[in-house]
Design a protein around this ligand. Structure first.
Ligand SMILES: [Zn+2]
Length: 237
């Protein structure tokens, strides 16, 4: 095993930061299930509760948020995630501003991950502004803001939260991946977790087909049956 892989195997704490309930399952559900099954600690930070994600007219945003948070808790349980944190920013209202950055720095300093998985903010023509906003805020919070003590000193250092250095960022759905995670053993768990999002996913058989097709396509590039792919940014600790 290469030194890089050995180092990677030693990472015990993972944090996923995504915009909407089900984003993590689609982009990294198999990876997260694999890490959890190896006894690693995974925290999920859910920035919005997806409270606009419907074409129904007979439901309010608050009602939808409650449904989607419950679906996410169920999905996270199926994947073996230790803890889900809801930041409850409005769906479609994510701004990569100092307030969001501070909140993500707070979560990093609380949960102290070795690896953070988030949306790739550098991918060209990424259409959803919440995905771009969460990706950018998370990358910016990780480096260098969470690391250096004077950032948010009055709020966070005085809350007793110590600065934290994360080892790697894994950006999901990148244009040019350089890390493939073999999810052959966990692709069914990924699909099982996605099925918990009843308000979002339609026909179960179609979903299964779609996920297997997509993850097999990704796996082909790495000689794996089913895979998820990431762009890695390594940081010195
Ligand atoms: Zn999304």
């Amino acid at each position: 095993m290469s030194q890089e892989n050995q180092e990677r195997e030693s990472y015990e704490r993972f944090m996923v930061v995504v915009a909407h309930p089900d984003d993590m399952e689609f982009s990294a559900g198999g990876t997260v299930a694999k890490m959890a099954s190896q006894g690693k600690h995974v925290t999920l930070i859910q920035v919005t509760s997806g409270n606009k994600g419907t074409d129904r007219r007979d439901i309010t945003s608050d009602e939808l948020a409650a449904i989607r948070e419950a679906e996410e808790q169920e999905a996270a349980g199926r994947l073996g995630i230790a803890e889900v944190v809801f930041l409850r920013i409005g769906d479609g209202e994510v701004m990569p501003d100092l307030t969001l950055k501070e909140e993500i720095v707070r979560q990093i300093r609380i949960h102290r991950p070795d690896v953070i998985i988030t949306h790739d903010p550098f991918r060209p023509y990424s259409l959803h502004s919440d995905h771009r906003g969460v990706g950018q805020s998370t990358v910016d919070a990780t480096y260098p803001t969470a690391r250096d003590p004077l950032h948010y000193h009055h709020h966070l250092t005085e809350e007793g939260l110590e600065p934290h250095k994360t080892a790697e960022l894994w950006l999901s759905n990148p244009e040019a991946p350089d890390l493939y995670i073999d999810i052959t053993e966990t692709v069914d768990t990924k699909i099982h977790a996605l099925k918990a999002h009843k308000s979002q996913v339609g026909d179960a058989e179609q979903l299964e087909e779609r996920i297997k097709e997509r993850t097999a396509e990704v796996g082909k590039a790495a000689g794996m049956e089913y895979a998820e792919a990431f762009k890695v940014i390594k940081m010195r600790r």
